[in-house]
Design a protein around this ligand. Structure first.
Ligand code: SAM
Length: 188
């Protein structure tokens, strides 16, 4: 009986924690589905080294796959919600990944200088908040791969569509062309 109450209490606390942080960040820790995940991995540049940041790494499902797909790159995940972050840390026991670093941190306080690729699955407002930071800090040639949401005012290098019920778009942006005004001949 006491054990039952303890389990129910812990489950309710976990749900509450997720709900509170969903309200704080404006988005639930919904993981990228398999089809979109495969397309994100396929959109990574072929370079083996460098730094890849996942902005809002959730439960770690995508971050671990990115780390496995690019074992010589340093993969950094920033996640604010404590429970998904904790679970992503515990996953290390099952899926060791020495090139993956998961920080419990607001992504707006993360470092994007010298980052080669940013992967994100956020919502429109969070992307709008992140945009000036990406523009300020990302080096020339860096890629931003955004699941589902466009970056307002930016032009994607290409858009791919994952075969899901909603034909999930994956936007791929290259710095700094993504936010430069279109060349005059493109406008004509
Ligand atoms: C839709 S989930 C995507 C999770 C994971 N990236 C994936 O694709 O499977 C978005 C995640 O971003 C996190 N997030 C949103 N705003 C954040 C912020 N300012 N700092 C850190 N994490 C944030 C949320 O907590 C949530 O876990």
């Amino acid at each position: 009986m006491l054990l039952d109450l303890l389990v129910i209490g812990l489950a309710l606390a976990a749900i509450l924690l997720i709900v509170v942080y969903t309200a704080i960040t404006g988005i639930s820790p919904l993981p990228t589905g398999p089809a979109a995940r495969a397309l994100v991995i396929d959109s990574l540049p072929p370079v083996e080294q460098g730094t890849i940041v996942e902005a809002g790494s959730g439960w770690g499902g995508l971050a671990f796959r990115v780390a496995r797909a690019r074992p010589r790159a340093t993969v950094i995940g920033y996640e604010l919600s404590p429970l998904p972050w904790l679970i992503s840390q515990l996953r290390r026991l099952l899926q060791p990944a020495s090139n993956l670093h998961l920080y419990r941190r607001d992504l707006l306080r993360g470092r994007f200088q010298e980052v080669n690729v940013v992967v994100c699955y956020l919502h429109a407002d969070a992307i709008a908040d992140l945009e000036p930071k990406l523009r300020r800090e990302l080096p020339e040639g860096a890629l931003v791969i955004s699941n589902t949401f466009r970056i307002p005012g930016w032009r994607p290098q290409h858009v791919r569509q994952a075969r899901t019920r909603f034909d999930t778009p994956i936007y791929v942006y290259r710095m700094p062309d993504a936010y430069r005004p279109a060349a005059v001949d493109e406008l004509l």
